[in-house]
Design a protein around this ligand. Sequence first.
Ligand code: G4P
Length: 532
Amino acid sequence: MSGGTGTAPDVAAEAARRRTFAVISHPDAGKSTLTEALALHAAAIEQAGAVHGKSGRRGVRSDWMDMERARGISITSSVLRFEYGEVLLNLLDTPGHADFSEDTYRVLAAVDGAIMLLDSARGLEAQTLKLFDVCRHRGIPVITFVNKWDRPGREPLELLDEVEQRIGLRPAPLNWPVGVAGDFRGLIERDGGAFTRFRRTPGGATRAIAEHVPAEQAAEEEGEAWSTAVEELALLDEIGAALDPDAFAAGTATPVLFGAALPNFGVSALLDTVCRLAPAPSARVDDTGTERPVAAPFAGQVFKVQAGMDRAHRDRLAFVRVCSGRFERGMSLTHARTGRPLATKYAQTVFGRDRSTLDAAYPGDVIGLPNAAGLTVGDTLYVRTPVVFPPIPAFAPEHFMVARATDNSRAKQFRRGIDQLDGEGVVQVLRSDLRGDQAPVLAAVGPLQFDVVTARMAEEFGAPVELTRLDYSTARVTDKESAETLSGRRGVEVLTRSLDGALIAVFVDKWRLRALEREHPGITLTRMLAAG
Ligand code: G4P
């Protein structure tokens, strides 16, 4: 074993050819379909059906829980990895349901770029807006894909306007549709003007037939649809809607592409754009504000911990994003929070529900570490030169429940289960001396998180729980002095967050919060990241 650094140029070159990204969208905008189409284009799988989890086809999504299957939602996230030419793409799946936006946030902490997927008929929807906010917050550059152009939808200029007006991102179309949504003829590349005409293949299960047609011929054959597109393009040139790479990198401009994932219209252009424009892994800032270059010795951050992803592997898997250096299986890592060594003999790649042994990984890659007891979300692992990456901030919870074991003789299992779910970030666990260890408060962004707790406590830990709703709806981070001021006041309670010891003040509603702020102007009540 080389000690894990590899030679610096090697690591830098490997990092430079990686693109680690996620697709953010509202449920039903076509995320699974697009994921499948991207993978198809990259020739990772022969048949489109192989990735798509619906219609009884074999799923890449890790639908490991009965609950998840029953509700048809994706709670867990997995990593899809495929090569496209020289580029290695890591596509991190994000859960679609709003109640699990906290999971999505953590996944977004591990990517370098995102595709914002819009339904051409719906434009920006609630969940897209929330997720975009997270991207903005983390400074993640966003590429926009307007999907379902094969169906009736809105005007392209109107959609661009919406992106600019509602989220303040300057749109820069890279291609332009010929034919209105629903009567899609093809795409004109803005740079160079090449026209690609698309024809459907039955069912869309294979690549669409893409035909390059010279402009004069297209003008003749497409008639009015062509002249409208050409006029619109002239208008775009006039208003200067060209992509400014610096503005894209700074998260203030977005390249926009049109297409339809289902029949594979415009998907290869999107893939090319991701390879060309999405940022490669770069130096990460640590908690002292110092940059750790990609070629530094290995360091990574845990962005997700998950137990029982698959019944065949009932274990606990920590997902680690490689931030610097070369990772080699078998390497002994240091767990920054505890200073303890961590063996990595069984490191894995995670491709949906399939796992395979991983021998080496580079910045941008995701490693799965099984049975990594003691690892929690946000933890840093390194070799040789110590580093701690800033924690992944928690969302502001809006739902609160007291958890109690229904069977007192299962107190030990209860404690272990709650601690584990806390470490995985399934819910935030808040405690106080007053409430005691046997009645922690569970805090969640969305109520479905509690269903996960109930199911897993019973099935996995053999400690069924009873949850009692608390009448709080908003939370702030506070300090010791302010906690004393708030103590005993009506409509507020101060608890300690188990994971990091932060003091969290919870309030019945925002009016009570405001009243207390008015009464005690010097009080510290810091907002947490809003889920929406
Ligand atoms: P999601 O993961 O974002 O929730 O969306 P998903 O890919 O499941 O797509 C939602 C629905 O939209 C699916 O139809 C899918 O086939 C359809 N869809 C996705 N992209 C396109 C597109 O480019 N054009 C058209 N016309 N439809 C598209 P469904 O009927 O809900 O599911 P299914 O039974 O077809 O799988």
